[in-house]
Design a protein around this ligand. Structure first.
Ligand code: NAD
Length: 386
């Protein structure tokens, strides 16, 4: 199977310019994090052996594990290790142990937000693909999801989530019947350079795929969206005229993702629209344990599964490690230009599934008991097919 992030094995001659040793900062995090990270490393070692590349993995603390050890979700040593690495591989953070309503207490997610900010990761890539062996897991009809292979490119550092906000008591009358009441606002702001750089990422990704970009906005209502559309078109016309570009209003996009998901190639959008649409698109696949993601900026990139730390199954050895393994695939593709090695990982995962092997979360009533594997056995099965 071709790597969806490249135009195929022949398009990337990775062997010509590959560095022979890479330093990976590994952040296992909490709950199932260390269990799935072990499988990601296993696959990395196997790929290194097959392709003659050394991956030096160095663990560092993040999330609840870091709070326990250092009182903060992202210790300076972790940030230093991340900055000094060639790529960061994260598993997942969080868990009931660190849930708190005390606003002054550290929380595991602060580690995630801070590392993304500190590394300047402004692009989030979420591939949405369906392994043919798992097509029955989707709630959509097989004929609708047949051939789904899209990449959601979400702007990660601007928009509503980072704009000015306030909540206050309005004496002038925000309550019922003109009485005093609460009032709040969030601001949606974008700067030209933020839109330019995310548009370029989307067009570059499209060139490595099927050459189509759908730019999602709300230009019929929002000024930021009108500016978004204007800038995306300018960048397209100046530098990427070979890529097909369509504009889709966000409400229509929400419908079309369900109606005709296979038509989409690259979908680029601002922060909040991307947050919502990427979760919607993820559901098309029906299996959370299979989805990887990449966060890119201008320096070190970070790769992680789309799911959380799954406290309910932590320590049981049943977590699905495939999203973590597919995060390694994205790392090879985006950080190291190792398209052929990335293809090999994807093909190995596809082969495991075609052979009927499953972890518990993706097994169904028809899966024979002996085909339901634990976390480590699933990692071994992928390695065996590499
Ligand atoms: P979750 O993704 O951890 O779990 C949702 C459901 O999916 C659970 O039933 C879980 O068992 C299952 N699941 C998730 N990953 C799986 C895997 N690899 N294999 C098998 N089953 C899997 O989401 P949640 O329960 O809402 O959150 C749990 C914790 O994770 C919370 O503390 C939350 O804050 C944190 N979280 C972390 C991240 C992250 O690290 N990026 C993302 C989301 C949630």
């Amino acid at each position: 199977m071709d790597n969806p992030f490249s135009a195929g094995p022949s398009s990337l001659d990775w062997s010509c310019n590959v560095k022979k040793s890479y330093k990976i900062c590994c952040l296992p995090g909490d709950c199932i994090g260390p269990e799935i990270m072990a499988e990601g490393k296993k696959v990395l070692a196997a790929v290194g052996q097959r392709f003659g590349v050394e991956f030096v993995c160095e663990d560092a603390l993040i999330g609840g594990a870091a709070i326990d050890a250092c009182g903060t979700a992202l210790p300076d040593e972790t940030l230093d290790a991340a900055r000094a690495s060639d790529a960061v591989l994260l598993a997942a953070v969080g868990g009931p142990k660190w849930d708190t309503t005390d606003p002054t207490a550290p929380r595991p997610e602060q580690g995630l937000l801070k590392i993304r900010k500190e590394l300047g990761l402004y692009t989030n890539l979420r591939p949405v693909q369906i392994f043919s062996a798992l097509s029955g897991a989707s709630t959509l009809k097989p004929e609708v999801i047949d051939g789904v292979d899209m990449m959601i490119v979400r702007e990660l550092t601007g928009g509503l989530y980072f704009g000015r906000r306030e909540r206050f008591y309005d004496e002038e009358g925000s309550g019922a019947d003109g009485k005093p009441g609460q009032r709040a606002y969030d601001t949606l702001e974008y700067r030209e350079y933020e839109i330019e750089r995310i548009a370029r990422q989307a067009f570059e990704a499209a060139r490595k795929r099927r050459g189509k970009v759908a730019s999602v906005d709300k230009a019929n209502v929002l000024e930021t969206s009108r500016m978004w559309r204007e800038i995306v078109h300018r960048i397209h016309d100046e530098d990427y005229a070979d890529v097909e570009l369509e504009d889709v209003l966000v409400d229509n996009a929400a419908m079309q993702l369900i109606n005709r998901p296979a038509d989409f190639d690259v979908v680029v959008t601002e922060n909040m629209f991307g947050d919502i649409l990427s979760d919607e698109a993820a559901q098309i696949t029906g299996s959370l344990g299979m989805l990887a993601s990449a966060s890119l900026g201008d320096g070190v990139a970070l790769y992680e599964p789309s799911h959380g730390s799954a406290p309910d199954i932590a320590g049981k050895g049943v977590a699905n490690p495939l999203a973590q393994i597919l995060s390694v695939e994205m790392m090879l593709c985006y950080s190291f230009d190792m398209g052929e090695a990335a293809d090999a990982i994807r093909a190995a995962v596809g082969a495991v599934l075609d052979d009927g092997l499953r972890t518990r979360d993706i097994a169904d009533a028809g899966t024979p008991e002996e085909n339901v594997l634990g976390t480590a056995a699933m990692g071994d099965a992928v390695v065996a097919r590499l």
